[in-house]
Design a protein around this ligand. Structure first.
Ligand SMILES: [Zn+2]
Length: 300
């Protein structure tokens, strides 16, 4: 912040019309310059991304600019595994939401981070998203903190298979099912009528009859320790941390911002709206994510 303020004051002193010049700069360009300055002062960056980076790919997020729920909270592990009605509802909605989710494409923000990795600027890209869009954009060193929606796991026998293959089964098991009007929802979910849910036949494992679950971490479930350890090791070996597109309201992501602060690492946040880690940040940029990342040197 201080660095940026100094640059502006220097600029104002040297060019009489600089205020007009500044006011004509698009907010995203100004945000890009601030982020570029910050990146230029830190060699190896640990990046944490959230839903805000994928909204530009047409995947809705859960929270508003104040970090509050925009819609009903996601299903919990406890309800999904213990209540047949919740299990049925999850898969009926997923049957409708999957086609759009699975065909979403990376946007310029994902490609910008792949570009930074190609320039050897990232120690790790840790994402809370379950859409695989960082990998689709070309990022290689990625940890999917909350798993991936494109894989399905049997809770009975541990069998794993592709979500695309399950979609074929969901359709063949419900040949005459009519979901009716649907609204897009986060994480491959869709809003459909309760009557449609009641008529849906949910899937079970073909090998053991067990419950099937997308291989993602539900609310009420723990992140696998191996992912946390890998991320912590990378954070320890980093010069700074950058959070993009997350309110960090969920502890599993917030803890890394806290660890960075405790370790004395500079913490920058690019997010549209407030985040839980704002008091820890050394740089906060409240701006459009795709527009800001598109303006970085490594991404032009
Ligand atoms: Zn099974």
């Amino acid at each position: 912040m201080a660095r940026d303020a100094h640059r502006r004051s220097t600029s104002a002193a040297s060019t009489p019309d600089s205020m007009d010049t500044m006011s004509s700069i698009a907010p995203a360009a100004s945000a890009s310059a601030r982020l570029q300055d910050w990146l230029d002062t830190h060699a190896r960056i640990f990046v944490l991304t959230g839903a805000g980076i994928s909204t530009g790919s047409g995947i809705p997020d859960y929270r508003d600019a104040n970090g509050a729920w925009k819609r009903p909270a996601p299903v919990t592990w406890q309800a999904f595994t213990a209540e047949p009605a919740v299990y049925r509802r999850y898969w009926a909605r997923s049957r409708v939401g999957w086609p759009a989710f699975s065909t979403a494409r990376p946007n310029i923000a994902h490609r910008a981070l792949a570009g930074l990795e190609a320039h050897d600027r990232l120690s790790l890209l840790l994402t809370q998203n379950v859409d695989g869009l960082h990998q689709a954009a070309g990022s290689r060193h990625v940890v999917d903190l909350h798993g991936r929606l494109d894989t399905v796991l049997c809770l009975g026998c541990g069998d794993r298979h592709s979500r695309n293959a399950l979609q074929t089964r969901l359709e063949s098991d419900n040949p005459d099912w009519q979901p009716g009007p649907a609204g897009a929802a986060p994480d491959g979910d869709a809003d459909i009528a309760a009557e449609a849910v009641a008529a849906f036949v949910p899937p079970h494992c073909l090998l053991c009859g067990g419950l099937l679950k997308p291989d993602v971490v539900f609310f009420g479930e723990n992140v696998p320790r191996v992912r946390v350890d890998a991320a912590q090791a990378a954070l320890t070996a980093s010069d700074a941390m950058l959070v993009i597109g997350s309110s960090l309201m969920v502890y599993s992501g917030f803890r890394f911002a806290r660890l960075a602060a405790e370790a004395g690492l500079p913490l920058a946040i690019l997010n549209h709206g407030t985040t839980r880690a704002d008091p820890l940040a050394t740089l906060k940029i409240d701006a459009d994510i795709a527009g800001t990342l598109a303006g970085l040197d490594a991404c032009g």
